[in-house]
Structure formats: C-alpha cells, structure tokens
Design a protein. Structure first.
Length: 319
C-alpha cells in the first residue's frame, strides 16, 4: 500500500462517503472506488461496508485505518524534520515574508503567540498579519504571493471551501472543531440558568460592526450566523473585539464568540466572561488553513507551526 493510497483510505473513512472524500481529495469518485477495490484484493479482505448512508470500515478495515494513521503521522513528522534541516542549511538565504490572512477572532486571540514562536525559531521567516472578515479571507489569500489563510467552515460551507481551493490551486488543512457560543459577565443573573432562543429576545447583543454590512452575504448565511442578531431585542455594534469583550464583561449585555479559539482570552481566563447554556443553540465550525498546492519551504514551515499550535486547542473539551 502506497502513502497516497493510505491517505485516500483514511479520508474515505473520515468522510464516511467516497463521494465526499473525492471532493476533499480532488480525485474522481470512480478512481477512489478502484483504489479501494485494488487494496481489498491486495490485502485479501474487505475494508469498507457500503450502504445507502455511506461507508464504514469493517473490523479489519478499522485495524488498517488505525495503522495507516500511525504510518502517515510518522511520515509527516519525518517530513517536518527534513524541512527544518533544509531551513537551517540555508542560513545565508534572504529573509522571506509570509502573509497570514485571518478572521479578527483568530488575530486577536492566538496569533501573537504564533508570531513569537516563529521569530524565535525561524528568524528568516517574517510574518505579516492581516485581519479580514469571513467573505474576504480566502480572496485576499489567493491574490497575494506567500499568503496563508486561516478561516472556518461548517457542514454547508465545507464543499464550497474545497471547491474554491481546487479552483485556485490551493489546499485545505483542517485544524480543529469549535462552536460559536454566547458569553455574559460572571455577574449577569442569567449565568447558570438554562436558556432558550425565546428568552434571548429580552437581551441585547454586542456584535462586531464590520460584520454587519456583510451578514447578508452567502458566506455568512451558510455559516449559520446570519440570523443570530434577529434573536435579540437590540444589537450594539462595536468595531473592536477588545471593546466588545470588555463591555460584555462589565454589563448585562451578551456577546458572541468562538469557544475554543478564545480560551486564552484574558476576560475568559479571569472568569469575567463565561459561556451560557442555551437550548437549541448550536453553531459548529471547523477551523482550517488554506495554502498553495506547491508551497515554498518557508510556507510549509509556517503551516507546520500553525498546525502544531492549534492542535493544543483541539484537545480542549467543548464543555
């Protein structure tokens, strides 16, 4: 079994569908089906159980899947090590500037730590951070050289993101799952209560001003966040996320934020802002990196550092 075939099989199992995996891998569905059939003949046992609902691994297929994950992880770690060796071998090379284009929530909560680590370990790679809103993150990344985007998708927008990446000769690297949650001051009397969407009509939301004009765009509607403001009695728009969080932490107003991505936010670490429990309020998403199909050495290293950093967030519970 070749590494490429391992990656195909792993993605099919993760997706639960050969059709869905074909969109993610940019490989035609018949070609993936032929690959699986060939592997099953080679191994001497079936790897997948097929039904109208998709595919799941057989008992033997689950064992092969676990082994493939171990092998691919080992290979990826070796590849990273080789890239670091190549970087240090080129110690006299000219500095390279990499642009990172990301959502405000990402820029404000995590990127400082990434930039410090890059400056310490890879001083020839200089990062420039650009804050963009959801509809323009990807467009900005493809329009500039040495650019990497960090954004998020959900079940509805995932195929759109992968199709966009394929069209522009880019690739998508999923990072971790997260959820949008509503947050309130720890002193707010609604903290600790089980709320529902109807009770939100009694409250005021603090929202990000630059999102307001873009909320009706397709990317916001499909991301599942375009109708949230309609649940509230009033909405106050501010142009700075720090001001939004400070106001929510010191008043009866509520604000919307990602749960895992903001774990290191000072107001959350100091327990000034706490998440609310709301029935039937579920807005999931998956953060991802978008970068070129054939990245430079410096782009690969930057993606590796980002991936390692965000894997720590992936381990945090969504509770």
């Amino acid at each position: 079994m070749k590494l490429e075939e391992m990656r195909y099989f792993v993605e099919i199992v993760k997706s639960g569908s050969i059709n869905q995996a074909s969109k993610i891998l940019y490989v035609a569905q018949p070609a993936l089906s032929r690959t699986i059939a060939s592997l099953e003949r080679e191994l001497g046992f079936p790897l997948l159980e097929r039904s109208k609902h998709g595919v799941v691994p057989t008992t033997e297929g689950k064992t092969v899947y676990d082994d493939c994950l171990k092998i691919l992880s080992l290979y990826d770690n070796c590849e990273r090590h080789w890239e670091t060796l190549a970087y240090h071998k080129q110690e006299n090379a000219e500095p390279v500037t990499i642009q990172i284009v990301a959502l405000p929530m990402i820029c404000n909560n995590t990127m400082n730590q990434v930039m410090v680590e890059m400056a310490k370990n890879y001083p020839r790679i200089r990062l420039k951070l650009f804050e963009r809103q959801l509809p323009t993150v990807l467009e900005t990344a493809i329009s500039e050289p040495h650019s990497i985007a960090i954004s998020h998708y959900n079940k509805a927008t995932k195929p759109i993101v992968y199709a966009y990446a394929k069209k522009h000769n880019m690739q998508v690297l999923p990072l971790f799952d997260d959820e949008y949650r509503l947050f309130a001051s720890k002193d707010n009397p609604i903290v600790g209560r089980i709320l529902n969407k109807e009770t939100l009509s009694e409250h005021t939301l603090i929202d990000y001003a630059q999102q307001e004009e873009e909320r009706q765009q397709a990317s916001f509607k499909e991301a599942g966040i375009s109708s949230i403001t309609a649940l509230f009695k009033n909405v106050i728009y501010l142009s700075n996320r720090y001001d939004m969080e400070e106001l929510a932490a010191s008043s009866p107003l509520l604000t919307l934020s990602a749960f895992r991505m903001t774990q290191e936010n000072p107001n959350r670490k100091n327990h000034r802002l706490v998440p609310l429990s709301i029935e039937d309020f579920y807005v999931p998403m998956t953060y991802f990196i978008l970068y070129k199909q054939n990245p430079t050495l410096e782009e690969k290293i930057t993606v590796n550092v980002l991936q390692d950093f965000y894997m720590d967030l992936a381990r945090l519970p969504l509770t």
